[in-house]
Design a protein around this ligand. Structure first.
Ligand code: UDP
Length: 263
């Protein structure tokens, strides 16, 4: 089954909407995990090879980037599941009259993916981040998800010349689920480029999740997360993000001006 999108049973057209030309599926974290479970089970049971399926967690920066980056937009719109990471996207879904039930962030979903893998005997591979960080994140996930089988960890890089060797490592490791931390849009484009040669059932970009899990970077206090202010904490810790975060007001203005016409 080449380059096909496998039906996860989670995303029906009426459960999705388009925000500035970018698809967003109105899924809860639990439904996302059920979809991942279904994809891995399907691939394990299938006699024919099923192509790796991509899960994308979109935030406002993704949607702004996708306005001028056509391959990125296409990769999001063709993914198996596209979930709203970030309050800005959740706000837009409400404004456009098809509210997403909740935020589904890569950082919060990764430990749940690890628990799912531990429960079902799926093997998880952590690719990306600075050398040593994926290993520390794997250790932490082992504590959060006892019995988890880590198929492998590798920093690597998103450089095209490394792709073939990385895909081979993932294949030899017999991983079922691959998480990629190269930052957006590099990680999503890396997965989309390599889907046909990746031997895993599911791959998802997780941004800075290993940095948080390993303790290399502190995450915003829970209260700020719940108030939708995680971006403000990240800005306080990493002021250089101001340039990337200008996407937030730009996104809101574009949604208010054009959102209903392009939804
Ligand atoms: N990263 C990497 N190689 C690269 C670029 C980024 O391994 O060429 C890693 C980086 O070390 C970090 C992650 O990708 O662990 C991206 O983190 P960031 O906080 O920028 O992602 P965000 O959550 O903002 O998308």
């Amino acid at each position: 089954m080449s380059l096909d999108i496998v039906d996860t049973g989670q995303t029906k057209p009426e459960d999705s909407l388009t925000v500035l030309g970018v698809r967003v599926d109105r899924l809860t974290q639990r439904e996302t995990l059920e979809g991942i479970d279904r994809l891995v089970a399907l691939r394990r049971e299938s006699e024919e090879p099923i192509e790796c399926q991509q899960v994308i967690t979109v935030n406002t920066e993704f949607i702004i980037e996708a306005q001028h980056n056509q391959p990125f937009r296409q990769c999001i719109n063709e993914a198996a599941m596209v979930v709203p990471d970030g309050m800005g996207v959740v706000w837009a879904t409400r404004y456009l009259g098809k509210p997403a039930p909740e935020r589904v962030t890569g950082t919060d979903t990764l430990p749940e993916v690890a628990r799912l893998c531990a429960r079902r005997g799926y093997r998880l591979y952590l690719l990306g981040a600075a050398p040593g960080v994926a290993e520390s994140a794997a250790e932490r996930l082992g504590v959060l998800a006892p019995g988890l089988q880590i198929a492998g960890t590798y920093a690597g890089s998103p450089a095209p010349e490394e792709e073939e060797a990385i895909c081979e490592c993932v294949r030899i490791a017999q991983a079922d689920v691959l998480c990629v931390a190269y930052g957006a849009p590099a990680q999503e484009l890396w997965i989309a480029r390599n889907r046909s040669r990746l031997s895993v059932a599911v791959a998802m970009g997780v941004g800075g999740a290993y940095d948080f899990l390993s303790g290399r970077k502190p995450r915003a206090p829970k209260l700020m997360q719940n108030m939708g202010l995680e971006w403000l904490y990240r800005l306080y810790r990493e002021p250089w993000r101001i340039w990337r975060m200008l996407a937030i007001p730009r996104f809101m203005i574009l949604v208010l001006l054009k959102g209903r016409k392009t939804a």
